[in-house]
Design a protein around this ligand. Structure first.
Ligand code: GLA
Length: 552
């Protein structure tokens, strides 16, 4: 994706982008945000639709007063149900007009005044999961709105998504001309250079008519060359198409191998065989080339395309807002919430800063265990600026035991998961205003050693290490850290306590671990907060429990 410009011909904002799915995992989103996994709080896990400006303010105040902010939790994220069901008179999203009386900009300023950042939510669909207005087709205006509000985290769900069509219109001819004037250059289907499955078809119903077929699903391209115009300018491109079937269609238009525009064409049952598609494009004086193709071949392509589009809009919007107002740019962490069905770990890194790996978490052990198992395998896709997201934390919610809460937190730290709290952090403040430091959930969430593992600047998620134990119910997780250290987590999935011994020399032999072999190592037990020297660690995690060590 390159630029977004105002099209002087259509008057509309047109997205100009380049779409290279094959390079997805090579190019990072690179907005300079989320260099380590983001840390914050979200309203969804506990409060669902029962949210208000008052609640968000109270949560932000509690994060400030309780020391959660100082522990690293900076984002206060409003999830679904903040919106009014109507956009405002300018087509912009607006908050519920009763529950958020000051609006999101004022709330964001308040949250900022406490040294925290505000996050917001929508869906890459026509509506959110709770059926409020969402961003699909409104990407530019919604990104502008979020930038203007000063939000710094955007979670983008996948409910009510409408995929980009894989079908493509059949092209009879193209014309280029200045607006309100005659075409100055017309090219017929037979003049195009075709690749792949693209082919010229003779129309049986319209005498002498040929059209280009076979551009769908990344299968072929059609290029028209020598489109000659007198000067650098915006021109109207008119495509005469052969109508075919009721499926919606999609086409990317690439001008001079640089700028790319996209076109949606509705499926039709209308009686006339020919249709017309028009769009404003920028051409340069002299000869130009225009190539047509459809890069969408699958549901994965479509999701990537749509998320990338929004991601680029967010970057543009924050940059433009800062330039216009002479303020420092507030980058938006872009959180992709596609639930893992379309392998977002393969393309999420190019489209945004984090991507959900699974459907929704629930505050029970089975849910946490299954999300962990699915995510821990995906470590190779995550790294600085782009993270696997096994969903927001349920620590302190539901019926999780102390050990389960501790394990849930430790596993998320080891996997370099975003640490987005989902509990009622107001409970950490006692009625007399002091912090309840004896609260076990508080102690878990503020364990600075675990947070340090999660936030380590190397940004390398843990891997399951093999050959340490025969039990399928014990996982040994190994995560390289800065300064030639390594974090090791012994995770007991069994329904009873277990005992295991870890030979640190074998950890040092593990691929990717930068630990020099020695007779004895400095070991720090992150939950017991005890340091000792040894070459073998004896771990005895409780049922569903963990022990976590930093070794150097
Ligand atoms: C989806 C998401 C959740 C939450 C809800 C809100 O289910 O996966 O995390 O945002 O929508 O409606």
């Amino acid at each position: 994706m390159k630029n977004v410009k105002f099209c002087p011909i259509c008057g509309a904002k047109k997205l100009i982008h380049s779409f290279q799915l094959n390079k997805a995992s090579e190019k990072a989103y690179d907005n300079g945000a989320a260099l380590t996994p983001p840390m914050g709080w979200s309203s969804w896990n506990l409060f669902r639709d029962k949210i208000s400006e008052q609640l968000i303010k109270e949560i932000a105040e509690a994060m400030d007063k309780s020391g959660l902010k100082d522990a690293g939790y900076q984002y206060v994220n409003i999830d679904d149900c903040w919106q009014s069901s109507s956009r405002d008179e300018n087509g912009r999203l607006q908050a519920d007009m009763i529950n958020f009386p000051s609006g999101i900009k004022a709330l964001s300023e308040y949250v900022n005044s406490l040294g925290l950042k505000l996050g917001i939510y929508s869906s890459n669909g026509t509506l959110t999961c709770e059926d409020y207005p969402a961003t699909l087709g409104h990407e530019a205006v919604d990104a502008d709105t979020f930038a203007e509000w000063g939000v710094e985290y955007f979670k983008h769900d996948f409910c009510h998504n409408v995929p980009v069509p894989t079908k493509t219109p059949y092209i009879i001819k193209i014309g280029v001309g200045e607006k309100y004037k005659q075409d100055i250059c017309v090219k017929y289907a037979s003049e195009a250079v075709l690749t792949g499955n693209a082919r010229l078809v003779e129309d049986k119903e319209i005498d002498g008519c040929h059209y280009i077929k076979g551009l769908c699903s990344r299968n072929g391209t059609a290029e028209f060359n020598d489109i000659t115009v007198p000067e650098d300018n915006d021109y109207v491109l008119t495509l005469t198409i052969r109508k075919s079937g009721t499926d919606d269609k999609f086409l990317v238009i690439c001008v001079n191998g640089e700028d790319e525009y996209y076109l949606n064409a509705p499926g039709t049952k209308s009686p006339t065989p020919e249709g017309r598609l028009q769009i404003g494009i920028r051409l340069r004086a002299g000869k130009n080339s225009i190539r047509f193709y459809n890069p969408i071949g699958s549901k994965m392509d479509s999701a990537f395309f749509q998320y990338k589009l929004m991601g680029e809009e967010l970057k543009r919007a924050t940059r433009e807002y800062a330039e216009k107002n002479g303020t420092e740019e507030k980058k938006i962490v872009y959180s992709i919430c596609e639930w893992g069905f379309r392998s977002p770990w393969k393309w999420g890194r190019e489209a945004g800063n984090l991507w959900r790996t699974t459907p929704d978490i629930m505050a029970n052990w089975l849910s946490i265990l299954s999300i962990y198992e699915r995510t821990v395998r995906l470590g190779e896709y995550a790294g600085i600026g782009g993270w696997n997201d096994p969903d927001m934390l349920e620590v302190g919610n539901g019926e999780l035991t102390y050990e389960e809460n501790k394990s849930h937190f430790s596993l998320w730290c080891m996997m370099c998961a975003p640490l987005i709290l989902g509990n009622d952090v107001r409970k950490f403040i006692k009625p007399d205003g002091s912090v309840d430091r004896d609260n076990k959930v508080y102690q878990i969430l503020t364990n600075k050693y675990l947070i340090g593992i999660n936030q380590d600047a190397l940004g390398i998620p843990c891997k399951k290490a093999k050959g340490f134990t025969k039990s399928p119910l014990i996982d040994i997780l190994v995560k390289p850290l800065t300064n030639a250290r390594v974090a090791v987590c012994v995770f007991n999935k069994d329904n009873k306590p277990c005992e295991t011994e870890i030979d640190i020399n074998k950890i040092a032999d593990t691929a990717g671990v930068n630990l020099k072999k020695k007779a004895s190592y400095k070991v720090f037990d992150c939950w017991e907060e005890k340091a000792f020297e040894t070459s073998k660690i004896k771990a005895e995690p409780e049922k569903h429990g963990v022990e976590v060590f930093i070794i150097e």
